[in-house]
Write a protein that binds this ligand. Structure first.
Ligand SMILES: [Mn+2]
Length: 311
């Protein structure tokens, strides 16, 4: 466990979109920068005592054979490998990465890099927590659904399921134990995922649980889960968890999502922990909106995740 809040953050763009059926997420790092992500964080850092740097992008490879199954597996493995290496440098130098996707496939690299970093610091038994804030749990596997897009398999691969070449990224697996994961905001879950959540005993809060329990209680339980017995946790935020009436620039605009205010509470809650080792914001698809409403929400939420509060 780290004893102090992060002093250095590094923005790393991950413009990878081959894990998703609809292009556009690759534009998000550029657009979030245009919306003054670094400046807003740096200004906050002057108040709170941290620095922020922009480490640029880890460039994505071109698409290979569109008919290959699983979809874009070779490109996904090579990209996650490169991103994991880049994040390893960032973590190794004591910075907290802020990964701006790209689609949610990039979380395989983010959590793998974080897991390796914790193992290096605390030994091979070190455990990584994952706070996964998303409308989808992303526990599909290509074995059960050969047509699945890779961004729907991230958590499965981190748990050591799915395809070996991706699950074993960095030469070890699994990256996570099911008991160290918490989901917030689920509202689109397929059968394989529902069964996995049940069988593996994963902590999952559907959108209706947020209504029933309230976001503060959901956050309290989720944070407890991802920090108990772990050496650090990753906050992985998929913008599609927010209701499309507020964040329309997503692939699957389904009603019933979190409000911006609830999402900000999640971020503020995560930010209270000194165990937060990496932050990611994924699936913003700027081309699906006119204006910058969703991108601006994403920037504001990152601001909250690094400790930004109104008062
Ligand atoms: Mn996702």
């Amino acid at each position: 466990m780290s004893s102090a809040r992060a002093k250095h953050y590094e923005i790393i763009g991950a413009p990878f979109e081959l894990g998703s059926w609809k292009p556009g997420c690759a534009e998000a790092p550029r657009v979030l920068r245009e919306r003054r992500l670094e400046k807003r964080l740096a200004f906050l850092g002057e108040r709170l005592g941290f620095s922020v740097t922009d480490g640029g992008d880890v460039e994505a490879p071109p698409a290979g054979d569109p008919d290959a199954r699983p979809k874009h597996m070779a490109e996904t493995v090579s990209y996650c490998d490169a991103l994991m290496a880049r994040l390893g440098v960032c973590l190794g130098e004591g910075r907290v990465p802020i990964v701006v996707g790209g689609d949610h496939t990039v979380s395989i690299a983010t959590a793998s890099a974080a897991a390796r970093s914790l193992r290096e610091a605390h030994g091979e038994e070190a455990r990584l927590g994952l706070l996964y804030v998303d409308a989808h749990p992303d526990i599909e596997t290509p074995q059960v659904n050969p047509e699945t897009d890779m961004h729907a398999t991230s958590v499965a691969h981190l748990l050591g399921r799915g395809r070996e070449e991706l699950a074993n990224l960095g030469g070890f697996a699994p990256k996570l134990r099911p008991v160290d994961v918490a989901f917030i905001g689920l509202r689109d879950v397929v059968t394989e995922e529902r069964e996995a959540i049940r069988e593996l005993g994963m902590l999952a809060f559907a959108f209706t649980d947020v209504e029933r329990l309230g976001i503060v209680e959901v956050c309290r339980r989720a944070l407890e889960r991802v920090t108990a017995g772990t050496s650090g946790f990753v906050l992985s935020f998929d913008i599609d968890v927010i209701d499309p009436s507020e964040a329309p620039a997503v692939q699957y605009p389904e009603p019933g999502g979190l409000t911006f205010r609830e999402a900000a509470v999640v971020m503020e809650c995560a930010a209270t922990s000194s165990d937060l080792v990496a932050i990611e914001m994924v699936e913003v698809n700027p081309g699906l909106e006119t204006g910058h409403r969703t991108a601006d929400i994403a920037v504001s939420l990152i601001w909250s995740a690094v400790g930004g509060t109104m008062l």
